[in-house]
Design a protein around this ligand. Structure first.
Ligand SMILES: [Zn+2]
Length: 187
């Protein structure tokens, strides 16, 4: 009984200490920090021309079906809106998947990052695997292919840091949201 009580008090004290620490951090920093783009991140352009802040949704940490994390940013846009390359580089894979629908995987010129554009309605003319593209080139058009609701066409945009083996799959996801905000502010 005594040991149980001790445990209870111990956990309570720990909780109190963590709470106090959180309060101390919040007081020290004012407000919780907004997501920041790190110096190690790619400099990207906007994947859709004329994008507004309200169209970009910070959904990187949201869960998806089957317990998978979202690890991308959803950008609402009308069906048929041109999807633009955010960086210069090469189209490495045009892939149709159950969830992503019609997708494009693009490496940047230095082959450090892979950009992923999903739920496309169709590809742009001339877009094929191994096509070299410049920032702003049209890759395809916004749609709702894959598991997107047909009433809610959007671009699902992801970025990964690719591994040494340079595969278009399985890289380390990077949150595109702060990079998109940064690109928006540059305009
Ligand atoms: Zn998405």
């Amino acid at each position: 009984m005594t040991s149980l009580q001790c445990k209870g008090i111990g956990l309570f004290s720990l909780g109190f200490a963590l709470g106090a620490l959180t309060v101390a951090i919040l007081v020290a920093t004012g407000t919780p920090p907004a997501p920041q783009a790190s110096a190690q991140s790619p400099q990207i352009g906007l994947p859709i021309a004329g994008l507004r802040l309200a169209d970009i949704h910070d959904t990187f940490h949201e869960g998806r079906g089957g317990g998978r994390p979202h690890e991308a940013t959803d950008i609402l846009a009308p069906r048929g809106t041109p999807v633009l390359s955010v960086d210069s580089g090469t189209i490495v894979k045009l892939f149709t998947s159950r969830d992503g629908g019609l997708t494009v995987y693009q490496f940047d010129s230095s082959q450090v990052y892979c950009y992923y554009y999903a739920h496309l309605d169709r590809y742009a003319e001339g877009i094929a695997e191994r096509t070299r593209v410049k920032q702003g080139d049209c890759l395809g058009f916004v749609g709702s292919t894959g598991n997107a609701r047909s009433a809610g066409p959007h671009l699902h945009f992801g970025i990964t840091r690719i591994g040494l083996e340079k595969h278009w799959w399985g890289g380390e996801p990077i949150d595109p949201y702060p990079l998109l905000i940064q690109a928006l502010q540059k305009k």
